[in-house]
Design a protein around this ligand. Structure first.
Ligand SMILES: NC(=O)c1ccc[n+]([C@@H]2O[C@H](COP(=O)([O-])OP(=O)(O)OC[C@H]3O[C@@H](n4cnc5c(N)ncnc54)[C@H](O)[C@@H]3O)[C@@H](O)[C@H]2O)c1
Length: 449
């Protein structure tokens, strides 16, 4: 059942203390790893099951963040709130905890108390974005007065909404699982997007920022050159490449290796077609490279219900003893030390990329930007950075390459800098230091790393 929580209910309470993170999930392959239960907030729980359908319509402007309790979503909600946006989150909590939203609320309270500014409003609707009825009810609540037809009074010419933009994070993202359960991925990531966009359109909401991924470059990444947006395009495109040669890339993708990657490419294709069919839509797809790190306060981090399988969470599980050893898949790639190279981007930089995308002058149509640092780090460099910051040894062993892995995947990030005025500012060491702070706070609060 969908419920609604309005953070402003807490905003004026005395509970402005920002608590330490409680790493509830501590997802683990090991049954021994304790998973503390979610601590419910009294303030929030009182609001459970509030009937939002009977509430007064909202007359302020909002950004809708779908999947806003997840890793990247939560950091983006925090940056949006600091930038002064009212935010409404929809999340079914399939891979997140409700207390993440409460924590952001406390952080926002404290931030604005210090600033002595009126704080923006944060609201959470726990709902599945594929649930047409629940989403219709939520969007009704934010509906603004429609524009009526001048010739036929009483006839609605255009629906309007107080939601001025949507950031769509909600998706399943585990590559391995997508190979085993492709339909689950196509249903949520692709099917969900289609029905959701139809509803948004019905409510006159036509500005979307979509979470895409560098995975859409497929085997183009094997070429070992910085990946530019044109290498995977939804329309045939001509440009001058890094060698100064005139190049044409046909619409399509190259060598996608798994269903997850295909869902991202399909979503981009659908959104591109949608924007092409109706010039009122303005859609931006952001292709993330490898997000790591956490907010510098150490109060927000990566805390999924399901086990994250990317390099950094695995390194941290090895460091904490939950896993005995880190497998390094291949040291014979064409990279400086032979191990795979990725473009790691601090999640705060990534979150700020979404704020930049929203702030940029909305052009009609479909645009794509890489969000990466433009700099690659090998597996061995990541391990060394973690060891340096944590002052602990990470046990590793070399194993053979994993099928589907590419040697190097690094962004050419100048398009986002030129057109959105955004670039990544934080490096690998900062990422490790911020994670260290987060885990230290969690440990102090009595939660295992
Ligand atoms: N983390 C990465 O390495 C990475 C890299 C590239 C792209 N992306 C994309 O970025 C987006 C966010 O990634 P993340 O790492 O924050 O993942 P996440 O799993 O932490 O966050 C996704 C959120 O969406 C919610 N969600 C999923 N399905 C939903 C549904 N049907 N209805 C409502 N809520 C739903 C989950 O509960 C979760 O809170 C995803 O689209 C992912 O594919 C992530």
């Amino acid at each position: 059942m969908s419920y609604f929580t309005d953070f402003r209910a807490q905003a004026y309470s005395s509970d402005s203390e920002v608590s330490s993170p409680d790493l509830q999930s501590r997802c683990s392959e090991s049954e021994n790893f304790d998973t503390p239960s979610t601590n419910g907030s009294v303030l929030f729980d009182q609001l459970d099951d509030a009937d939002f359908a009977v509430r007064e319509p909202i007359d302020e402007k909002y950004i809708l963040v779908v999947g806003g309790c997840g890793y990247i979503g939560s950091h983006t909600v925090w940056e949006l709130a600091k930038a002064g946006y009212n935010v409404v989150v929809i999340d079914n909590l399939s891979n997140a905890f409700r207390s993440v939203f409460e924590r952001i609320g406390s952080m926002v309270n404290q931030h604005y108390e210090l600033q002595k500014h009126r704080q923006p409003c944060l609201r959470l609707h726990e709902a599945d974005f594929r649930d047409q009825q629940a989403i219709t009810n939520i969007l009704e609540e934010y509906a603004a007065s429609p524009i009526y037809d001048k010739e036929y009074p009483g006839m609605i010419q255009q629906r309007c909404s107080n939601i001025t933009g949507v950031i769509h994070f909600a998706a399943y993202k585990a590559v391995e699982e997508s190979i085993r359960q492709p339909l689950k991925y196509y249903a949520n990531n692709v099917g969900g997007l289609i029905s959701f966009c139809s509803l948004l359109g019905n409510f006159g909401i036509k500005r979307i920022v979509f979470s895409s991924s560098a995975t859409v470059y497929g085997t183009v990444a094997d070429r070992g050159i910085p990946l530019r947006e044109e290498y995977c395009s939804q329309k045939t495109i001509s440009f001058v490449d890094h060698n100064g040669a005139d190049t044409t890339v046909e619409a399509g993708c190259t060598g996608l290796t798994n269903p997850y990657g295909r869902t991202k490419w399909m979503c981009e294709a659908i959104l591109s077609d949608l924007a092409h069919s109706d010039s009122e839509w303005s859609i931006t797809a952001l292709r993330y490279f490898n997000p790591i790190g956490c907010d510098k306060s150490g109060l927000l981090g990566e805390d999924p219900r399901l086990c994250a399988t990317n390099l950094m969470p695995v390194v941290l599980r090895v460091l904490s003893g939950v896993m005995p050893i880190l497998n390094i898949y291949g040291d014979d790639y064409n990279t400086p030390d032979g191990t795979a190279v990725r473009d790691y981007i601090h999640v705060t930089d990534l979150a700020l990329g979404h704020v930049a995308a929203l702030k940029s002058k909305p052009s009609s149509g479909f645009s794509v930007y890489n969000l990466g640092s433009g700099r690659g780090h090998s597996v061995l460099e990541v391990v060394a950075a973690v060891e340096g910051v944590f002052q602990r040894k990470v046990p590793t062993q070399l194993v053979s390459r994993r099928p589907g892995d590419v040697g190097s995947c690094v962004a050419r990030s100048s398009k986002a800098e030129e057109e959105l005025g955004w670039k990544a500012e934080r490096g690998l060491i900062t990422c490790c230091q911020d994670i260290h702070r987060y885990l230290t706070l969690a440990e102090k609060a009595g939660n295992m790393i």
